[in-house]
Design a protein around this ligand. Sequence first.
Ligand code: PLP
Length: 452
Amino acid sequence: MLLPTEKPTPAAASRVAPAVRQAVAEGLLSEDRPLAGFVDVPGVRESVAALHAAFADVPDVLHAFAAKACPLVPVLRLLRDAGMGCEVASPGELWLALDAGFDPARIVLDSPAKTRQEIREALALGVAVNADNLDELERIDALRPAGCASVLGLRVNPQVGAGAIEAMSTATAHSKFGVALRDPGARERVVEAFVRRPWLTRLHGHVGSQGCPLPLIAEGLAALHTLAEEINARVGHRQVTSLDLGGGLPVNFADDTVSPTYADYVAALTAAEPALLDGRYRLVTEFGRSLLAKNGFLAARVEYVKDAGGRRVAVTHAGANVATRTVFMPQAWPLRVSAYGPDGTPKQAALLRQDVAGPCCFSGDVVAHDRALPELAEGDWVVLHDTGAYYFSAPWSYNSLPRPAVYGCLPRDGRVLFATVRPAQTVREISVESGLARADALLTGFAVPSVP
Ligand SMILES: *Cc1c(COP(=O)(O)O)cnc(C)c1O
């Protein structure tokens, strides 16, 4: 049972409209700058504070932000400043975390396909590593340097089942992640892997992301705790000293309410296994979406409106390029859309059912289907809410569309101050990353191998 807890409305929501108005006034949004992402800086700090407050009774927790949710160096540095660690899952994310200034001891590497070189590098840095499987443990056996400072763990899949979105559920029977704990013989192999490796001191589980209900997450993490107790009983002392709980707190995309909260999460875990948070295990969390989603939004200009088959379509600059999941899985990833006029103030026109489409050249490129919105016109702006995680920070370069600009917002003395997090990509930059320097490669670039 969940304890009834407060459902605070994030202050970030009330800061969207002033930010849009001022971004238009300052020309950050204009005919020539038709798409940008915005991050609410105080909102990010408030979310981090709520996370820390929920775990205040647990003596030793490392809250590691899942870098993939917003892989932008200034955002990561803000999170570090607010007291977070960082969870990374690729060499690129590891370097973003290092460039953001995270102490390697506060970085956790989790990827499912680590190469030997990536493992070597992480161990040399002292970054914590969670092996995904038993074969990876054997690689670590061979690569671990003397006096290695890294905390080393093993990811297990408690196989408790799927949430509402199959693709986001990591604890299904056939999930590619971790050691599938309920498979025949697997539990014994995991226990033996710990018995043979005194340096293996952490268990890792990440039950799922968006769409996983809290009781399912809690059930999976309770199973992680039971396994840790079993391993420690077998080795005869407390070898497993920490549990990495993963992330995955779902985000409410339907309105401005934060639900569930971090306090709900702690209550659900405590209900499933009271000993999980009693302090005998150090804890790591890896939240991503729940820290950033509601602290960011996208604004896109309406370029044209047209009628097709009796349906109004507003063609904007935000489609699959910045809302890939929403476009391809509209039922699983609906977004709230609001309409603003050319001056960046909320649009008051009569409601009309409209499609909000994007700039990509395929007909499914629609971010909102048949949605009642004030009638849109050329030069208006649409805001896509709750897009601070996994949207503008993880664009798709289909049609060679540029990565959009991202700005941080800070309310100050009745106005909004902006800081550029990342400028929009230019067309020249697109050419450069598309092989410009090797333009002749397929005409004259074939080298004759010296050994036939
Ligand atoms: C994606 C991921 C997270 C973060 O998930 P959110 O749903 O963004 O909180 C945490 N841990 C691992 C291993 C992940 O793959």
